[in-house]
Design a protein around this ligand. Structure first.
Ligand code: SF4
Length: 889
């Protein structure tokens, strides 16, 4: 029987609903859930390709203690004994947990309760610290609580949408498409994008302000001044519902006394800035959406408050189509905030610094050892691991050896830590390699619980696959360890539904409406009710099970006096300025089709095809190094080797590198190793968007492209640097090295293990040109190929990868060794549209051939962009690139 399960996407904070269907043959079909309010049936490229990520290859299926399999009983006993011994010998703060926005709320709740209520330490922090901690701190300063006022529905109403530091076209695609649909339906509506880079999102905007990196607070100070001077103060709202407006305005005037000063400091044209300020002033329904470009800064909290100040001054908050909206990166960043996954919060938005709140949680949990103060935030936490203050750390569902700043220090700290426990669904991650104890956790499709998206909407993740091997739910693993630590009664959960009920009960416990997070209406859900829970936005207090779309419409906030607080912001530059030794600013971020450290998205051939190799984007005017060369990006903290991509979209003096590659997908491209660990003093969020670096040519003796049906073992690549991506029929590698083997032919035969069936070899060597080409056919099918050259081999990579699908390539012979198709043969080029498999070259040819002039026409001619729509911004970019030379004739 085929079963359809409604669940939620495990990637970004948009939180799209998914319908997963198990076919009779066990295969899974993924589709958008038309009934889910976040996406109404739509999915982006990542959501669409989820079925490709569900296989068991690479899964951690059994507990491992120092590399050897152990039973669960022994593994749990080791974990409990290690924690108990560390507590006894070094005190509560010698133990820490580093958790993740990938955890479900129920998992998060249980580990936070154990840490803060029973172990007596608040040393639990989450990778969401890297993503939106500045938003949390900004919300708490302005609203008295971590409250997101607006909803996605407001995007349909807004006359003006401002996207700041958010490449939503790639990182929140379904929301971006919603904005685009609203603009198409209402032509007068405007989109302004504020971002140093000309991103695909900026490409679609009515106005792009390419501000100087780090100058956002000045730009919004200037807006505050402009709104005041243009008579746009909502005096009634400001006087009745806020405090601190005069001080905030005075600080803004000091920072940006005139529009011209603001423009000069932000590095944007005054006329363009004036246009934005005027549009904001005249748009009653204005929304400001922001993301990591704001948050990942040493003044991220101030930037958040500079934005909120503008909405408070104009009273544009709590109204349809108006307000600030923080876009969360992860599927359950919000759920983690709800249960106190951050070291400076308690569960249910209770404050750890508030004695009454600590007492409330202590009584509710009957906690024997309540944490008395905030714990260490992520960067501080790994510093404490490094200097030996933390001697036991449990890392859940995250990969800090790739994602943390100064990642080499993080790796070294974990390697020295006496006890590292890692619970994960994947066997081989950079972080798992440092673990003493590896515990197999459930993956998406197997988990049962809830997540909360950027608009406070709680949705169910429901299982549609059986747990493989001995994998267990994270909450169950933590509860078992808690039981062995002597807390059996308080962790006697039998299901995720029980945990959710307790979480809901805590949210309403002694809550008389003064705390924002209240889901008391869900506290009575029985197992069936929990299973059937429809997506709902909190707060949902007792008597309001339908939840709440928008907050602050009544002008009441969660501060002691019920008024929102303006914050006087004095803009600060990034902590580390460029120097002669490190003259360029490194900005890091996400790509369209990769996710975090690629432990999931890296398993999808469709997604990997979009960007199969790590790169750094550089403005052509900033370097004389050729496009496609290898470069070394170095900071005082570490280095990475990346492929140079010349990009006019990149602002001068800055470079951009994606965050995704770790040691499982490239030998030398962990950008986290390069990034500085300077943090915002209030939020503790690292400045991942601004690291002074140096760029230099990475000279090599040789480079190569290799494709094969089997992934190569680490030993085969000894002494060789590499980057690997999965393909539909195997793996593709980019290689380089400083030493040439004596015989490439022998090297190739050693690297490609012997096939049992009929094998046919083709090879060609030009020792004068230092070139070598090799292909191996098994039963006439392409089994492996290798192309070596002094620099990056100029071959048709996508064509070669596609040949692995052919039943016979025997007739190609010399073409195969040339690495190029016959003239006129189809060569798709780099994949642009994942859903329809349409490549860059095919799109460019169609634009030229058929004189296409809009994205819709490209879609009609090629099929690209008509399914999930994630590639539409790139189609627009290709149109512009092809058309520009024509226009300039
Ligand atoms: Fe998943 Fe894409 Fe929706 Fe994000 S926008 S939740 S990645 S389908």
């Amino acid at each position: 029987m085929q079963r359809v399960v409604a669940t939620t996407c495990p990637y970004c904070g948009v939180g799209c609903g998914i319908r997963a269907r198990r076919r009779w043959d066990g295969a899974v079909e993924i589709a958008g859930d038309p009934d889910h309010p976040a996406n109404r049936g739509r999915l982006c490229s990542k959501g669409t390709a989820l079925a490709e990520t569900l296989g068991l290859a690479g899964r951690l299926l059994h507990p491992l203690w120092r590399g050897r399999p152990v039973g669960w009983d022994r593994a749990l006993a080791i974990a409990a004994a290690g924690i108990r011994r560390t507590l006894r010998e070094h005190g509560p703060d010698s133990v820490a947990f580093y958790v993740s926005g990938q955890l479900l709320t129920e998992d998060y709740y249980v580990v936070n309760k154990l840490c803060k209520g029973f172990l007596g330490t608040a040393n639990i922090d989450t990778n969401s610290r890297l993503c939106m901690a500045s938003s949390v701190a900004g919300h708490r300063r302005a609203f008295g609580a971590d409250t997101v006022p607006a909803s996605y529905g407001d995007l349909d109403e807004a006359e003006l949408i401002v996207l700041v530091g958010a490449n939503a076209a790639w990182c929140h695609p379904i929301l971006f498409q919603r904005i685009e649909r609203a603009r198409a339906a209402h032509p007068g509506r405007r989109l302004v994008v504020i971002d140093p880079r000309r991103t695909p999102t900026a490409d679609a905007a009515d106005l792009h302000l390419p501000l100087r990196s780090g100058s956002d607070a000045t730009l919004f100070a200037g807006l505050l001044v402009h709104l005041a001077d243009a008579g746009r103060i909502d005096h009634g709202f400001v006087e009745r519902h806020t405090t601190g407006a005069a001080a905030a305005l005075a600080a803004a005037r000091a920072a940006a006394p005139t529009l011209e000063v603001a423009a000069e400091q932000c590095g944007v044209e005054a006329a363009a800035l004036r246009r934005f300020y005027d549009w904001f002033a005249e748009s009653e329904r204005a929304m400001t959406l922001y993301s990591q470009g704001i948050n990942q800064s040493t003044s991220g909290t101030d930037k958040v408050n500079a934005i909120i100040n503008c909405h408070l001054l104009t009273g544009r908050i709590g109204k349809a189509g108006a307000g600030p909206l923080s876009l969360t990166g992860q599927p359950n960043a919000m759920g983690g905030r709800e249960v106190g996954g951050l070291a400076n919060q308690l569960a249910a938005h209770l404050e750890i610094d508030n004695p009454a709140h600590r007492d409330l949680a202590r009584r509710f949990w009957r906690a024997p050892a309540m944490a008395e103060r905030a714990g260490l935030k992520a960067v501080e936490m790994f510093d404490a691991v490094a200097d030996g203050r933390i001697r036991a750390i449990w890392i859940m569902s995250t990969n800090p050896v790739v994602s943390m700043p100064e990642a080499d220090r993080v790796r070294a700290a974990l390697e020295r830590c006496p006890l590292v426990i890692v619970s994960d669904c994947m066997r081989d991650t950079d972080t798992a390699r440092t673990a003493d104890l590896l515990l197999p956790a459930l993956a998406w499709g197997e988990k049962d619980g809830t997540v909360t998206n950027s608009e406070r909407r709680i949705s169910r993740q429901r299982p549609f696959l059986e747990p493989p091997g001995e994998a267990r739910a994270d909450w169950r693993i933590v509860a078992e360890v808690a039981r062995r630590l002597g807390f059996a009664d308080s962790f006697a959960y039998g299901s995720a539904a029980e945990i959710f009920r307790e979480h809901a009960l805590l949210s309403q416990f002694e809550n008389d409406g003064r705390r924002d997070f209240d889901i008391g209406a869900l506290a009575e859900l029985d197992a069936d009710g929990y299973d059937a829970l429809a997506p709902v936005q909190w707060p949902a207090p007792r008597g309001r099970p339908e939840g709440t779309e928008r907050l602050f419409g009544d002008g009441r906030f969660f501060t002691p006096d019920g008024r929102a607080r303006f914050v006087a912001v004095t803009p600060r530059p990034p902590l580390h300025p460029v120097t002669a030794a490190f003259p360029v600013i490194l900005n890091t971020g996400r790509l369209r089709d990769h996710w975090h450290t690629m432990t999931r998205s890296g398993r999808s051939p469709s997604l990997a095809a979009h960007e199969p190799e790590p790169f750094v984007a550089v403005n052509p005017a900033d370097t004389d190094i050729a496009d496609g060369a290898l470069v070394r990006l170095a900071s005082p903290h570490g280095a990475a080797v990346l492929r140079l991509r010349l990009s006019p979209e990149q602002p001068r003096g800055t470079v951009f590198a994606p965050m995704h590659w770790g040691a499982t997908h490239a030998s030398d491209a962990r950008i986290g190793a390069v990034v500085n660990a300077a943090v915002d003093p209030l939020s503790g969020q690292p400045e991942l968007k601004h690291t002074p670096v140096r760029l230099e040519r990475r000279r090599t003796r040789w480079q190569a492209f290799l494709a094969t049906r089997r992934r190569l073992g680490a030993a085969s690549l000894d002494g060789v640097a590499w980057a690997v991506a999965v393909t539909p029929y195997g793996w593709r590698y980019e290689l380089y090295g400083d030493e040439r083997p004596e015989s490439w032919e022998e090297w190739a035969r050693r690297v490609f293990p012997e096939a049992r069936r009929a094998t046919h070899w083709l090879s060609y060597e030009d020792s004068g040109a230092a070139a070598f080409r090799y292909a191996r056919l098994v039963d006439d099918q392409l089994d492996a190929c290798l192309f070596v050259a002094p620099d990056r081999p100029a071959i048709a990579r996508e064509w070669l990868v596609g040949l692995f699908a052919e039943a016979s390539v025997r007739a190609l012979n010399l073409r195969l060794l040339a690495g190029q198709p016959a003239p006129g043969s189809p060569d798709n080029g780099k994949l642009v549209c994942v859903c329809r498999g349409v490549g860059e070259r095919a799109i460019e040819q169609a634009i030229r051939r058929e004189r296409l002039d809009c994205v819709e026409a490209v879609g009609a001619a090629t099929g690209a962009g008509v399914t999930c729509g994630s590639c539409r911004p790139e189609l627009a970019l290709l149109l512009r690139r092809v058309q520009e030379p024509v226009g300039s004739d």
